[in-house]
Design a protein around this ligand. Structure first.
Ligand code: ADP
Length: 594
């Protein structure tokens, strides 16, 4: 492993710039850190370089822990966006700078300089000053300078930012070729997804200080794990449909979805990503090469060179709703068509067509929308104003759910019901929602200020753990919080095996759910352990409780209620571990008594 980052965090003025980033970058790999402005890319890159000290975590370069070493001792080369050449020095002196500083003899310096200028195709430019070079040439000199002392890691911070499109393209190719030729492990920072796609072996997408997802460009594009990555990497239709038994219903048809949907369970609301190029259109249902989802009306046709972009609208229904436009009566669909499609089936605004999806991908997030539960307008509005709900609402669809406790609810509860707990910490509402088929319920306590950390506890049972981690990850992805999981240290269990178990758990959670978390051992009573953590921290906590068997659930909920009264966390996410059978074999709902 060339670069290992372990739970790297950095704050500026109490605000996290980089939050708990863990990543492994292979020898010779070109790894691109991609994300919007302010997402923490540069801070992370500077931390690897040793230019910015970190608050927590570890940075290991080629097996050497460099966390506390200065930039000079890390064997890294750095190229910034704004050239940063020494203006008064010639190209030759700029390239030789690091070698002089390391007291390399002059003959060796000249040899190395000639080699590098050849590598960046600037032979004959030795005596020019930076001001006599174009922007692209200056960046080549900066690259040669960064490579002069033969670093083992090359770090590039938006190196093409200040260049115009054509030169940028040339330089991208040049840097990619040089990187391959030298075989140096490289981390490149950019906010431009096209740049990331064209250069990266793997991309790490950052958002709000977190490394959201890591993967090869094609995989990330086709199978993103989060809606942020799905939409940041390119145009995407994001639709919601009910997840059945290994399939999702979209409009009038059922579709099998890919392996990612392992974290979804019957009754969840699946958020499905469909790229515009995967939308098929036809005049008649039977002309579609795929199953029909429904019909839609063309509202815009745009010619953009090689492809035609078509925007359509369809009626939103219970089986086909937009995941991005809360509560809208219609949803927009974007399609792109090749010249051949256009020729065989010309379209104009106002046409009615049938549409289907050639390829789709269900996000592995069981929580796709929030339902604010209240009996009247006021209570729903109060819930909507709570900081945690506001933070989540930036990324998730929110709908009110009018609901009277104890009433017959004709429809099963979908999405994540959110309810407010009264001072008594009465959990009967939570249990009622779970009985009505909700997979998870979010309960907020009064005050409910900004949440800073998540603490997960799952009652022992393997299916419960999967469900709880998937649900916890669904929320954690949208929040900037630390995540910890409490794990019972069983008496008499072999220590090494137990430690391996913990590592497996962490890896599994990262691999399946993109959730990087700490694990904390405890002995004895779980509720006492949770209480101890709540008492000893002044951070606002979102507690995640994975429930399993109905009998144990009753006991646990009783114990929790006492805990909540004495030491209320900001919020509690209850996740039911019960896995529903297909409809024909539906088990009876649990009978909870409080
Ligand atoms: P990116 O490279 O993705 O644009 P940065 O790493 O530059 O993001 O910044 C991440 C966050 O940290 C931003 O909110 C930024 O304002 C803040 N930040 C970065 N550097 C400093 C600094 N030296 N002092 C204070 N805040 C900083």
């Amino acid at each position: 492993m060339s670069i290992t980052l372990e739970q790297v965090s950095k704050e500026y003025n109490n605000a996290a710039a980089v939050s708990d980033v863990t990543a492994h970058i292979d020898e010779g790999e070109l790894f691109v850190l991609l994300g919007p402005s302010g997402s923490g890319k540069s801070t992370l890159l500077r931390a690897i370089a040793g230019l910015t000290p970190i608050d927590h975590g570890r940075i290991v370069l080629h097996g050497r822990d460099v966390t506390n070493l200065g930039a000079r001792d890390r064997e890294v080369g750095f190229v910034f966006q704004n050239y940063a050449l020494f203006r008064h020095m010639t190209v030759a002196d700029n390239v030789e700078f690091a070698l002089r500083a390391r007291r390399v003899r002059s003959a060796e310096r000249r040899r190395r300089r000639a080699e590098l200028l050849k590598l960046v195709a600037l032979e004959g430019y030795e005596n020019r000053l930076p001001s006599e070079l174009s922007g692209g040439q200056q960046q080549r000199v900066a690259l040669a300078r960064a490579l002069a002392h033969e670093p083992r890691v090359l770090l590039l911070d938006e190196p093409f930012g200040a260049l115009d499109a054509k030169i940028r393209d040339e330089l991208r190719r040049a840097i990619r070729d040089i990187q391959r030729a030298v075989g140096i492990t490289t981390v490149l920072v950019t906010h431009d997804q096209e740049e990331a796609f064209s250069m990266a072996d793997r991309i790490g997408v950052m958002d709000r200080g977190r490394l959201q997802e890591v993967g090869e460009p094609r995989t990330l594009y086709q199978q993103p794990g989060t809606r942020f990555v799905a939409t940041f990497l390119g145009a995407a239709n994001l639709v919601l449909g009910p997840y059945g038994y290994r399939d999702v219903q979209l409009g009038e048809s059922y579709f099998e979805v890919d392996r990612w949907s392992n974290s979804l369970r019957t009754g969840d609301e699946a958020a499905v990503v469909v790229r515009p190029e995967d939308v098929s259109l036809a005049a008649r249902r039977e002309q579609l090469p795929v199953l029909a989802v429904g019909s839609a009306r063309v509202v815009e046709v745009q010619f953009v060179g090689a492809i035609e972009r078509v925007r359509l609208t369809a009626d939103a229904t219970a089986t086909l709703a937009s995941a991005l436009q809360p509560g809208a009566a219609t949803l927009g669909i974007e399609a792109s068509r090749t010249a051949r499609d256009v020729e065989s089936f010309p379209l104009a605004v106002g046409d009615d067509v049938y549409f289907g999806f050639k390829r789709m991908h269900a996000l592995p997030t069981p929580i796709s929308s929030l339902r604010l539960v209240g009996t009247e307008q006021n209570s729903v509005a109060e819930l909507g104003a709570m900081p945690l709900v506001k933070e989540l609402s930036e990324r998730m669809r929110i709908e009110p759910l009018r609901y009277q406790a104890g009433s017959e609810q004709p429809e099963r509860v979908r999405g994540l019901p959110v309810i407010a707990l009264d001072e008594e910490m009465n959990l009967s509402g939570v249990l009622e929602m779970l009985e009505k088929g909700a997979r998870q319920v979010l309960a907020l306590t009064a005050g409910g200020s900004q949440v800073q950390r998540m603490l997960i506890y799952v009652e022992p049972s393997s299916c419960g753990r999967e469900a709880a981690l998937a649900a916890a990850a669904s929320l954690a992805r949208h929040l900037t919080i630390d995540v910890g999981m409490l794990v019972r240290d069983e008496d008499g269990v072999d220590g090494a095996a137990c430690y391996r178990d913990l590592l497996d758990l962490r890896n599994e959670s990262l691999r399946l759910h993109g959730l990087d978390m700490r694990t904390e051992m405890f002995r004895g009573d779980a509720v006492a352990a949770i209480k101890e953590r709540l008492v000893t921290s002044d951070e606002q906590t979102l507690l995640v409780i994975g429930l399993t068997s109905p009998e144990r659930c009753n006991d646990l909920v009783d114990e929790l209620r006492a805990l909540l009264r004495s030491q209320p966390p900001a919020a509690i996410l209850f996740v039911s571990g019960r896995d529903e059978q297909p409809a024909e074999a539906a088990p009876k709902a649990y009978a909870f008594a409080l």
